[in-house]
Structures are given as structure tokens and as C-alpha cells.
Design a protein around this ligand. Sequence first.
Ligand code: NAP
Length: 482
Amino acid sequence: MTDFSHLIRSQNLIDGAWVDADNGQTLDVTNPADGSVIATVPNAGSAETRRAIDAAGAAFADYAAGPLGERVARMRKLHDAIMDNLEPMAAMLTAEQGKPLAEARAEVGSSAAYVLWFAEEARRTDGAIIPAPLPGRKLLTTRHPVGVVAAITPWNFPSSMLARKLGPALAAGCTTIVKPATATPLSGLVWGHLAEECDFPKGAVNVLTGSARHIGGEITSNPKVAKITFTGSTEIGKQLLAQAAGTVKRMSMELGGNAPFIVFDDADLESAVAGAIIAKFRNAGQTCICTNRLYVQSGIYDAFTEAFSKAVANLRVAPGQEDGAEQGPMIDAHALSKIGALVDDARAKGGEVVTGGAPHDRGGLFYQPTVIANANKDMRLTTEEIFGPVAPIFRFDDEDEAIAAANNTEYGLASYAYTSDLGRAFRLQDRLQYGLIGINEVLIVSPEIPFGGLKESGLGKEGSWQGIDDYLDTKFTCIGGL
Ligand code: NAP
């Protein structure tokens, strides 16, 4: 296992200084694979947050007005620094989050890719000259960084979720306050260290760990924060939207999902099974775009269920650091017991556990990869985000029925379908009420695409040219009397 101790930061970064919490309190960071303590981080609150916001506010004018070429060069340097540290950053991510090392490497690589993408987008934040309806006037639009940005991120992608926020914010000329999830703060704090190494000015990146309620309370109520960008549950996203209403901030929300995965009779069975394994079991089912519900057409139901269950039963459950690990532990005891409760509920309502269905022999936070056939809409896992390695399979007869069932949720993040009918592929694209649609493909995320949910899955897009747009205000100027 690659040594990552040199990347551990056990203090917060505020105004260019690494500091403890005012009250001296710390929180343990544990490895979910074995419960060992990896490090401690400060348990900061409102006062520290206010100082970080003041620092970001003080740094903003100079950072935003600095030469664009310099900003782009720093972003490129940041990309290179992440790539140079890919192995220790991936090892650290696996240690605090639990995902297999191969997935952690991919996540850190994707963080670097987002930074590079936004370094390039920084050069394209141009405005427009609008043809004037009257003579003697020039009508112009120009785009400007929104100001101080606060980013709050979840534990399941502690590196790349931050990259999708810090990347566009810093590229646009904004200064930032970052609050990583308490379960995985090290992959957030390391960005403070990298930003210093890459010569970002003091105050441009501030990183705080500690009380979500107090840090979030200050961020949402402080008028100096122009924008909040949040990735996490819909429940907390709604709270933040309500809390921030008093100061009318710009809000970007990447929230929960309940992704359907539809397999039609005409699908290629082998690729549907391979796709379903990735879409369901990546990060032990703990991603916002993980399949929550598999809908399989009657003609292929038995063949798919058999082949899929066989592949699921063969998944290698092991600590993320172990060679060949395909599924790591759950993030914490609460997540483990929630999975158990959802499976019990499904069993009681007629679900057939084809494989798995219990905690794994490895003990601790490991759960068996699980398939439940004969799923029905009364089960809790139809409406709740499972966020674990449990795959319920529903049966359907025709396309209309599948689409109606897929859309029957307040969520609208990711959806998947396997079919060899081109006409159907386009009908699905029209009718699935989701921000992301993968047809015969599950690896659908990259910096080039506008990632974001519809309905209660979110507001705004991360990635693509739209990703930087969310960090810019458009000003209109009319110059008359010409
Ligand atoms: P969460 O409980 O909503 O927490 C997300 C972040 O919000 C954490 O940093 C958390 O801090 C913080 N937080 C919690 N309560 C807060 C409050 N009152 N004020 C301010 N901040 C607060 O979500 P999670 O369990 O970490 O992540 C899983 C969820 O994220 C799932 O619903 C998943 O679908 C969603 N997600 C969405 C996307 C997307 O792109 N749409 C991507 C990944 C994950 P603490 O850790 O200190 O509690």
C-alpha cells in the first residue's frame, strides 16, 4: 500500500494558515474496512467559518482581477500536482472511504481531468455584442466571477466532487471555502495543500472540517457568500436552500438519485449483465448514479436474473487495499443497518433473495452483494435510495409500463436502458425524466458532459461549458450617445 502520510493534513486551512479548531476539539477519521483511526481533524464551527469567509472575501478582488494566463497556469499546475500524487491520493481515499483502490485511482484521475477541463474553459468565458435596436448605442454582455463560493461535498466521491466545484470556481476567478464530509475529510484537506503548492494566493482556497450544522449555518446566512455549491442528499439540499433564502445566494445542488436500469427483451444479455454490475456495485452501491431499480422485460427476465445473480455472487468482497477487491465495506454502521432493514422489508413483501441478503462473513461493515427477484412497488427499496450493494429486479411487459415505472419517483438523476431497437432508444431519450441517460452504456460521466439531475435530484450542471457558467454572473451594459 502506497504511503500517504505526507499528504495528511490534520488542521484546517484558513487565510493561508493551517490551524486547529478554536475549541481545540478534533474528530477521528477511521478506515471503514477495519475501524482503525487514520488521523484526526479539527472540529471547527461558526467562528472559524466566518474567518474563512472573510479571508475568501478579502482575496477575491485581486484573484479575480489577476491575469487570466496566470490563473490558467495555476490550474494546469494543479492538474499536474494531482497526477504526480495520484497513487498516494488514491491510497488515502481508499483508506478513509473504503472503495477498491482501482476505483480510487480512477476518481483521483478524474479530479485531475476536471481541473484541466476548467483550466481550458477559463479562456472561453466570453460575452457578446448584441445588435442594437436603435442607432448610437452599443449593447454588450460581459461575464464576471460571482464572488465567494462555498462548497459542501459528500463522502462517496470525496475527491472528484470537490474537483467539479473547485475546478470551475477557481477557473472563473472565484475564491472558495470548502467543507468536505466528516467521514472523508482528508481527501478534501489535501486540496488545500495542493493549492498552496500551486501558488494559489492565500485565502483563495480555505478548507474547514467539523460541525456540519454550524459551518453550514454560517455559510448559508453570511451575506459575503455569493454562491453555495452542494453535493449530497436531497434532504440536506432542501435544508440549505431554505436556509440560504434570506440572503438570495446562487445555489447549485447535486442531490440524491433513484436510477432505473431497464433491460428489454431485445437487449444483448451479456452487455446488459456487465453494465448492471458496474452500474449497481461501483463503490459498493454507494453512488448517486448507482442503479436502484432493475426493470427487466418478461421474455428475458429469467435469463437475465440467472446470469446477473451468478456474476454478483462472484464479486470479490474485500478491503479496498487488497488486490482484486471489487466491493469494499459500507461507509458506517448506520449505512449497514439501513441495508439490512431494506432487505428485510423486501423479503417480508414477497422478494426472493437469489444471492446474498446478509452481512458478509468478513464482519465489520461488509455486506454481501445481493440480488432480490420478484421486486414490487410496495417495497421500500423502490422509493428510497438504497446506497448499498442490493439489486432488486422488477418484471415488466411493455415499454410504456417500464417508462412509467422508471419515472415514478421524485428523483431524476441517472437512468440506463439496454435495447437493440434504435427507435426505442430515441423514444427513451424523449420520455425518461432524467438528467443523465445511458443507453447500452453505463460509463457516462466525464468532464465534457453536463452532469446534473432533474426534479428533486438537483439544480445546475457540473462539467461541460455549463459547469463554469454556474460560477459567472452576466452583466449587460448599454453605451449610448455614440
Ligand atoms: P449528506 O448527508 O447530505 O451530506 C453531504 C454533505 O453535507 C456532507 O459534507 C455533510 O457534512 C453536509 N451536511 C450535512 N448536514 C448539513 C447541514 N445541516 N448543513 C450543512 N451541511 C450539512 O450526504 P452524504 O451521505 O454525505 O452523501 C450521500 C448523498 O449524496 C446521497 O443522497 C447521494 O445520492 C448524494 N450524492 C449526489 C451526487 C450528485 O452528483 N447528484 C453525487 C454524490 C452523492 P457531514 O459529513 O459533516 O455530515
